[in-house]
Ligand binder design. Structure first.
Ligand code: ZN
Length: 329
């Protein structure tokens, strides 16, 4: 009698392990994220049920990324490919085709209201940046532009993740993408996403409160490329950049001279380096304008695990910490 009971418990235990034990690597949903910020978001929502590989690594620049045959092989073996969209990954379509990827591509920015800006051929005028929130206005601006000539064109700003409200849209799209790929995990993905969305909302409150402490006349900074348009528009900071929304185009000497004049005229307190771009241009701008270097902002990539911004939310904490330290007095 006693033995039989024990056997039944043993069987029940075996069943329990089989059902709820952590999935082995072979059972996991294989996902690829285009860059490190999405890698973290997919991890937060997917938890133990997913395996994530990021193509563009921490501290690396996704604008000028060049996929290797190994990247194509990684993608070929994946179930889901999470990409930012909005033109961020210019290399994406060719990689999808050449890899023979058969899974589902999820564009995480779907539903975000994109910001556009006017850029001159090859470079960009910071003060002419347009941050329209209104779609009708966007179209109007576009019409005017068509009459103005051919030297300027409207570009979509891909850096939507720098607004935490957009981060919430990203998370919802990631959750839905994972549920579509792995319906059995629905409850897990929903619970993880809900918890994560709560943390993002909390961080958003903290960011707004921190920026609100800054004197309004000091809420103006220089970064090397235009990665913080969404951040500035959401949290009330003016961002001026010698390079455009992609790091592919280099700033012209005229643009740099203009920014140096602008820093002096408008008494812009600080210039910020970025983790993904070369800092020589900003060193020069700081030197010639007398502005101080306020630190390094994480724009298009996270840091490695031991750095100051290993997760999406850590990135905001670090960036806001650097901004408030440099701009508060
Ligand atoms: Zn960028």
């Amino acid at each position: 009698m006693k033995i039989r009971v024990l056997t039944q418990i043993g069987l029940a235990l075996l069943l329990l392990i089989g059902v709820s034990g952590s999935a082995s690597a072979a059972d996991k949903v294989k996902t690829v994220a285009s860059f490190s910020i999405l890698d973290d978001m997919v991890r937060q929502v997917g938890g133990d049920r997913v395996e994530v590989v990021s193509l563009v690594k921490p501290d690396a620049d996704a604008h000028v990324f060049s996929p290797t045959p190994a990247d194509a092989k990684t993608l070929a073996g994946a179930d889901v490919f999470f990409v930012n969209g909005l033109g961020f990954e210019g290399w994406m379509e060719r990689l999808e085709k050449s890899s023979g990827f058969k899974g589902k591509t999820v564009v995480v920015s779907k539903g975000v209201k994109p910001l556009t800006m006017e850029e001159e051929e090859g470079h960009h005028h910071g003060e002419e940046a347009e941050h329209d929130h209104d779609h009708a206005k966007d179209e109007h601006a576009h019409d005017e532009h068509a009459e103005a000539g051919h030297d300027e064109h409207e570009v979509t700003d891909p850096h939507a993740w720098q607004d935490l409200a957009n981060g919430e849209i990203y998370v919802a799209n990631i959750r839905d993408g994972l549920i579509a790929a792995d319906p059995e995990g629905k409850a897990v993905y929903e619970a993880n996403a809900a918890k994560y969305l709560e943390a993002i909302a909390k961080e958003e409150t903290a960011v707004k409160a921190a920026i609100a402490t800054l004197p309004p006349e000091r809420r103006k900074i220089i970064t090397s490329h235009d990665a913080f348009g969404y951040f500035g528009s959401a949290y009330g900071l003016e961002i001026i950049a010698p390079e455009g929304v992609s790091t592919e185009s280099e700033a012209s000497a005229q643009d740099v001279a203009k920014i140096i004049r602008q820093i002096k005229q408008e008494k812009i307190p600080a210039v910020f380096l970025e983790n993904v771009t070369d800092h020589r241009l900003l060193d020069q701008i700081a030197r010639e304008s007398g502005a101080k270097i306020g630190g390094t902002l994480y724009s298009d990539a996270l840091s490695g695990p031991d750095g100051p911004a290993p997760t999406y939310l850590d990135m905001f904490r670090h960036n806001v910490g650097a901004l408030t330290a440099a701009l508060s007095s």
